[in-house]
Write a protein that binds this ligand. Structure first.
Ligand SMILES: *Cc1c(COP(=O)(O)O)cnc(C)c1O
Length: 367
């Protein structure tokens, strides 16, 4: 379909490649986490850029996401970060997705789906070392569990865990790492030797080099999203995402008029109000307070309640006109609005803003 609205996400694949190179090194493999459509950036495009820059595999949350990457012709290893849901095993294996395992039901279902193929299936055993989301708990059960994997005719190729607070809590994260490594020792002592150990998400990859092990598993950092606490920009990550639109209409509105639903923004003086065709349906949160946008290289405040498809900007007496480019996230001239700024004014994090940008906003690629 032809596009008539100027609202777009622009994704800079050069930035993705730069971030991949920054996060990897010759001794450590990088698995690019492209779940949730590549954190809203477009999974296939980001996957191809990351693989071109040296990533050796991809991570997804859903079997469906992995199958979609295959349908788009991507044949790199794809690790599904939870167990295959019951009933999905055959399709997931047919698509060549790598399974994660942490329950006995999971082992049974997978070995049943795998046996007719006659091919040995490599799996990654996930240990819960403190996140308490999914994973084998307590992790010290790993040797017995790994033994069951072997008995079921599956190959334990990977052993991994996940950190809940690597951005902030270095000591707690290193304790988790210790526990993980001692569980690995137990598994080795039982004669089972998974060749790939992995634990590090973006925060750990950046802050705690000892967590990098054989492979790192960054998501946020690939896209130049700050993993937390400002560590991303300090590390030299480059944001890949720009959210832009254009002024659709302007009008002079006198003092004491109120703008938008609920009349919550009263003008103190006459001003030029610009209407921008983007709203909360597009993922610009209605809850955002005191956000700015960039027009002609300057900051202007979003004014009044953000509506489903449009928002208003208070442009003062500046000569803003229909057609002027509006940057809601990203750079324009020398000014920049980081995604974390919009996120903090909406009471959330950059990952939620990026993944929340609506499907009706087209993604365009540069670099
Ligand atoms: C999402 C996810 C990651 C990536 O996390 P970031 O903090 O975005 O780097 C890594 N591992 C698992 C298991 C995940 O769910």
């Amino acid at each position: 379909m032809r596009r008539f609205r100027p609202t777009v996400v622009e994704v800079d694949l050069d930035a993705v490649r730069h971030n991949v190179r920054l996060l990897s090194n010759p001794d450590v493999e990088l698995l690019a986490v492209v779940k949730a459509d590549g954190y809203g950036h477009g999974a296939a495009e980001v996957a191809r850029a990351a693989l071109a820059a040296g990533a050796t595999g991809l991570g997804v949350a859903l079997v469906e996401e992995g199958v979609e990457l295959r349908d788009l012709g991507i044949d790199a290893p794809v690790l599904v970060l939870t167990e295959f849901p019951p009933g999905s095993e055959k399709e997931a294996l047919a698509a060549g997705l790598t399974p994660t395992l942490y329950t006995e039901e999971g082992i049974a279902a997978l070995s049943e789906a795998a046996s007719p193929t006659g091919r040995p299936v490599g799996v990654h055993l996930k240990l819960d070392t403190g996140m308490h989301r999914v994973g084998l708990w307590p992790p010290e059960d790993a040797p017995a569990f790994a033994q069951k994997i072997v008995e079921a005719g599956l190959l334990p190729e990977g052993l991994w865990t996940h950190f809940p607070d690597s951005e902030q809590d270095a000591a707690g994260t290193l304790e988790q790492l210790e526990r993980f490594l001692s569980c690995h020792d137990l598994v080795s002592a039982a004669g089972i030797r998974p060749r790939t150990l992995h634990a590090a998400n973006s925060g750990a990859t950046i802050r705690l080099p000892e967590t990098r092990l054989d492979l790192v598993r960054p998501g946020a950092a690939l896209y130049g999203l700050d993993p937390g606490a400002g560590i991303g920009p300090a590390f030299g990550l480059r944001p890949a995402l720009t959210l832009r639109s254009a002024v659709a209409m302007t009008k002079r509105v006198p003092a004491r008029e109120r703008l938008s639903y609920g009349g919550r923004y009263e003008l103190e003086r006459e001003t030029t109000v610009a209407t921008i065709p983007i709203g909360y349906e597009d993922g610009y949160p209605r809850a955002t307070v005191a956000a700015d946008v960039l027009i002609r290289g300057r900051r202007y405040p979003v004014a009044g309640t953000i509506t489903m498809d449009q928002l208003l900007v208070d442009c003062g007496d500046d000569p803003i006109a229909p057609g002027d480019e509006v940057v809601l996230i990203g750079a324009q001239g020398d000014e920049r609005i980081p995604i974390e700024e919009v996120a903090s004014r909406a009471g959330t994090i950059g990952r939620e803003i990026a993944t929340g940008i609506g499907e009706r906003v087209p993604r365009e690629y540069i670099g």
